[in-house]
Design a protein around this ligand. Structure first.
Ligand code: DGP
Ligand code: NA
Ligand code: NA
Length: 213
């Protein structure tokens, strides 16, 4: 141990159109403004070779079976593990826009895809110090109907995903934050939780994901 404090691994999850990406960007800005070394990580990263395939799948330009695309998304995270670990150990707090939980949720709501099968290849990736789930109320979800044209952007899928995220958040005891409010209100609530976590992790060891059953 060199006495250097490690960064925190913060994950933000939620359905499409919950404002995740905006909130993640703002978190990194606010952390930096407070002299906390921080960086944004986004999944899927569409710029890598697996990411290129994922991008085509999401845009419905190519077809992959459910199992294959699941493993592509997972590989997209594995590609980044070493770099993430290096940054965290250098003291950089990572704000991660989607992670293994999106991986498990978006795939396991599909027919013939079990949670057990979906979570297995996520085991061994870095375990977040904090998962923040942005949730939209039914009323607010109805007010944001303008989904894009990507493969999962439809009401039926999003409702299944929202329910699966809620179930997971109860099991894993996540921090659930309402995304119904204005951008600044939601930001304040998230930032508060993130700053607390950043000050706690200091010299704690990094763990890896270990989903079972
Ligand atoms: P985003 O760039 O955050 O809008 O994500 C693109 C879409 O991909 C979105 O509908 C959520 C979905 N998604 C993100 N991560 C995963 C994953 O690991 N597995 C699956 N099946 N879908 C994912
Ligand atoms: Na999206
Ligand atoms: Na399923």
């Amino acid at each position: 141990m060199n006495g250097l404090k490690r960064g925190a691994l913060i994950v933000v999850e939620g359905v499409d159109r919950s404002g995740k990406s905006t909130q993640c960007r703002k978190l990194v800005e606010s952390l930096k403004a407070r002299n906390v070394n921080a960086a944004l990580v986004t999944f899927p990263d569409r710029t890598t070779s697996t990411g290129g395939l994922i991008d085509k799948y999401l845009k419905q330009e190519t077809h992959l079976c459910d199992e294959a695309i699941h493993l592509m998304f997972t590989a997209n995270r594995w590609e980044k593990k070493a770099e993430m670990e290096r940054l965290l150990k250098q003291g950089v707090t990572l704000v991660v826009d989607r992670y293994s939980y999106s991986g498990i949720v978006y795939s396991s709501v599909k027919k013939n895809m079990s949670v057990k099968w979906c979570q297995e290849p996520e085991n061994g990736l870095l375990k977040p110090d904090l998962v923040l789930l942005l949730v939209l109320s039914e009323a607010e979800m109805v007010k944001r109907p303008n989904y894009g044209s990507e493969i999962y952007e439809n009401r039926e899928m999003q409702e299944k995903v929202a329910q699966a995220f809620r179930d997971l958040s109860e099991r894993e005891k996540w921090e659930v934050v309402s995304a119904d409010g204005g951008v600044e209100d939601v930001h304040k609530e998230l930032l508060d939780k993130v700053i607390k976590k950043v000050s706690q992790v200091g010299t704690q060891p990094l763990h890896t994901l270990n989903f079972s059953s």
